[in-house]
Design a binder for this molecule. Structure first.
Ligand SMILES: [Fe+2]
Length: 303
């Protein structure tokens, strides 16, 4: 049992650690969540000096604001140029995925109907996710602070951007975009153990001290973003930061990376630099293992 002490979540009742079924009425109102930390387009963004791109990005971001008022996800009518960016990245990643992506991820992508040919819509992925593991997607217009972002996972909800990176550099984005979300994150939420694990991180975030939030952030980084897993006697990728980037994918399986067995103590104390390519990655034996290790970890919170 965890007791929620956060004032920003609108939840007064204690939350149980085995409540994996989040009903519509359990969700806090999206409009009540503090999103004031959402960042503007940073200057080093490849689209920062392209007024057309900025206008388009602002428009797609406005759909996310709309969602918070109405609760309705709006499909984006992606342009041919945007579709081209998706096809380029998906095509480039295809061979690496077949070789190095976790078998679960590859199956999940198919189950969600994510293809290399067109950008998938949040509405269709959301529907399917909900049927499979009760996870939800909620559109967001940019990066939010760690506690807010992770807290939503406690309601089996992932905040997801809808816009796409700038066409001048399809292999790069300094911020999450629909490629990172749909090609990286979303398929893994169809895995029951992974979905429960994500929810545990969220439950932890609701009662964590500032130091524990940092630790949860590192755990998230080395698993959800950069995680590797043992599968069929091999090491495979399941982290979104790896799966959605040609450069990271190649790097993760090169001799330049130390691939260590996952150790919770080590991971939560492992400081990393956000913009650096990762010299150390951690390999979990299974998603269930990750879930149970994390359950034990967050059960120590608040004591
Ligand atoms: Fe991410």
């Amino acid at each position: 049992m965890l007791t929620d002490t956060s004032s920003s979540t609108n939840v007064d009742a204690p939350v149980t650690i085995d409540n994996f079924e989040i009903k519509e009425e359990d969700l806090p109102a999206f409009e009540d969540m503090p999103f004031e930390d959402i960042e503007e387009l940073p200057l080093e963004h490849p689209g920062a000096k392209d007024p057309e791109y900025r206008k388009r990005r602002d428009y797609i971001a406005s759909l996310a604001k709309n969602f918070r008022e109405t609760g309705v996800i709006t499909d984006v009518d992606y342009t041919e140029e945007e579709q081209g960016v998706w096809r380029h990245v998906a095509g480039e990643l295809e061979e690496l995925h077949q070789k190095h992506a976790s078998p679960f991820y590859l199956k999940a992508k198919k189950h969600l109907g994510i293809s290399n040919d067109r950008i998938p819509q949040l509405t269709e992925m959301n529907r399917r996710l909900n049927e499979l593991t009760g996870f939800r997607l909620a559109p967001i217009e940019g990066l939010v602070n760690t506690r807010s972002f992770l807290t939503w996972l406690s309601w089996r909800t992932m905040l997801s951007t809808q816009y796409i990176r700038h066409h001048s550099r399809p292999g790069y984005t300094p911020e999450p975009d629909i490629v990172h979300e749909a090609m990286g994150h979303i398929p893994m939420f169809t895995n029951e153990a992974f979905a429960d694990y994500s929810q545990f991180i969220g439950l932890g975030a609701r009662i964590a001290t500032d130091e524990q939030i940092e630790q949860l952030g590192r755990l998230y980084w080395f698993t959800v973003e950069f995680g590797l897993v043992e599968a069929e006697g091999e090491i495979k990728a399941y982290g979104a930061g790896v799966l959605s980037s040609f450069k990271e994918m190649k790097h993760a399986f090169s001799d330049d990376v130390e691939r260590r067995p996952f150790d919770l103590e080590q991971v939560i104390n492992h400081e990393y630099t956000y913009s650096d390519i990762q010299p150390v990655l951690y390999v979990v034996p299974s998603y269930k293992f990750l879930k149970e290790e994390t359950r034990r970890f967050i059960e120590t919170f608040g004591n």
